[in-house]
Design a protein around this ligand. Sequence first.
Ligand code: CDP
Length: 806
Amino acid sequence: MNDLTPTREQREAALEGMGCKRKRVEDIRFTQGKGNYVDDVKLPGMLHGDFVRSPHPHARVKSINSEEALKVPGVLAVITAETLKTVNLAWMPTLAGDVQMVLADGKVLFQNQEVAFVVATDRYAADDGVNKVMVEYEPLPVLVDPFKAMDPDAPVLREDLAGKTSGAHGPRKHHNHVFEWAIGDKDLTDAAFTKAEVTIKEMISYHRTHPSPLETCQCVCSFDKIKGELTIWGTFQAPHVIRTVVSLIAKIPEQKIHVIAPDIGGGFGNKVGAYPGYICAAVASIVTGKPVKWVEDRIENLTATSFARDYHMTTEIAATKEGRVTGLRVHVLADHGAFDACADPSKWPAGFFNIVTGSYDFPVAHVSVDGIYTNKAPGGVAYRCSFRVTEAAYCIERAMDILANKLGMDPAELRLKNFIKPEQFPYHSALGWEYDSGDYHTAMRKMMETTDYASLRKEQADRRAAFKRGETREIMGLGVSFFTEIVGAGPSKNCDILGIAMFDSCEIRLHPTGSGIARVGTKSQGQGHETTWAQIIATEIGIPADNIMVEEGNTDTAPYGLGTYGSRSTPVAGAAIAMASRKIKAKAQMIAAYKLEVHEDDLEWDIDGFRVKGLPEKVMSMKDICWVAYNSVPPGMEPGLEAVSYYDPPNMTYPFGAYLCVMDIDVDTGVYKVRRFYALDDCGTRINPMIIEGQVHGGLTEAFAIAMGQEIRYDDAGNVVTGSFMDFFMPTAVETPHWETDFTVTPSPHHPIGAKGVGESPNVGGVPAFSNAVNDAFAFLGATHIQMPHDFWRNWKAAKQLGVVG
Ligand code: CDP
């Protein structure tokens, strides 16, 4: 070895593989305004569509008159449900097994529902046309309060379901009932409550909110009449599923549909489902023979395409006097709005809510969920959450704090006492999951030591005494949250979407010069897949990450995958990437053995190539193997170096974390200050620590928004009163607290590289940390549970109700 021969460390560093804080390669175009988003797609002769929407939350549509609209210069067509009926597309199936109106068919069921689609030569003309469409409505009684949905005299919302006593998920109890779903052992759970020394019961609501990505939902549809082919550019988190759905409902052969998801400006669950805009733009293109663009505006996005949460969880814990939990019972009233359009795996109408036993060793538990219809927008998307996991984490983390209060125990101590122990993994929960790995005690203790939790509690006690003496008007809260997520949907034994198993895929093709392309079934919306997927390949096959181009989002080139949501990309596609790499490596080993004239078993892997065992100078790098693969492979072997893997994971992965929020609240104004926020995450093997940190920062910012003010709120008449960023809390850098991040590493035993997902953890764990901080601040004044969101006004109101302000 001479001085110029790179050391092992230098060779490893040159790869920029797993564990490296590799800079995000996609940021080169994003930070220079060179991204290519759907709205950048401009095709010759392209038309524009815009919706006529209902001002009424519930009304009969008596008539639609398009005469004046068609006189507006540039307006070419007005599509209504009657038009769509001619192609059997007035209604569409939802991912949750319900059906949804594409355009109002006889009545409207929520404010801003799509009534007609105006197609014009430009967006302004389309908008002028929208204003000229005359719709005659007959208002009907409105149902807003989910707790009144199943009253005997509640208005009938879904007339199309009249007489249907069962739906996609079993029997319906009432005309506004969607489904009932239950899991766990009811008798054993009831018995645990009968025997319990201590119990708590609280109605814990997780309010309706919205993912509100920076880029709204949009598409361009272009139908080629000659070839009979439909090309759709769209903001799709799951492009292949969209292709299949379009083929099934539009009856176009799947090979003639090309779905392209270009750069996406945030999704957070909002861009999983199929929306009326996609159907209408496709029909308009088929009818006119021209490309048609549909771009949602902000109000439309917030009020019509999806919502998240709206779970009302009556939660009970049974425990001993010493604080050992002995049973959990939860009943959920789930407000699904006008149509059940939840984007959950098909068999899971309440998502993975049965992770609600959290990080604790509950011997028994029972959960039941009633889904109901109201006059609100449909959806129920997993807003940076793996299918109702954030609702479950909020439910159990608030309930554990309420129990700690009742027992007079420290919330952290109560958690430590009830955690699943490291030796119990793989752990079978009372509600049916098999947790793969975890070391909760280490994570919790690290959080407590790093933040000096004991001193913070001491300070809180001193400040509470000072408040009681009248020396301060500020109260201090410590919000502890310890969450377990379930991500990586999912094993085909558990999960499918419309019958398609939820595997994921990767195809890698290496080129002669030692570089290559990897095509993956996922679709990044800002998570940095182009950076991290190449890092997995770099470590696995010794080709520098910079030499691997990653491509996602084109259904013509990428292998079939189920897309990106629910932090599933790393657990499922990440595994497919490693498995495809290993197939390539196996072939490369045969090539190297042939060229080095040894048996394959005499070779060992060494960072970026193979060497002969015991003869370190006899080596062959992957770069050289790539060349040979296209030039002189062993006799009988096919040339080339490529592989594809479709990975069906054996289990989900279970990331976890310990968070602490320190908050001060002024009781006279309700104004809060997040003094400190510490987030420790364990996502198993870490591919790119810098990207993980970015994911945690983003997720915590969303959690902060949700807990402290972000809400989709309806007034009693069914009007959305938070339909723009004037009223819907969207924190900027000014309001956003400083985040401290930390980690432990407990690899997943079944994942090829030991990695678990992380993207959603901070949203899941962050919301209870904020809410527990507010509740902890008020607890010594007698509060048991204050509902989110905790904006200034509600904090002040809580102080007033507790009698500390006049
Ligand atoms: O499905 P989604 O991409 O939203 O979530 P994810 O699988 O948690 O990945 C988000 C980003 O974090 C990706 O770029 C991952 O490669 C990265 N990540 C990582 O570096 N290490 C992990 N253990 C998990 C995710």
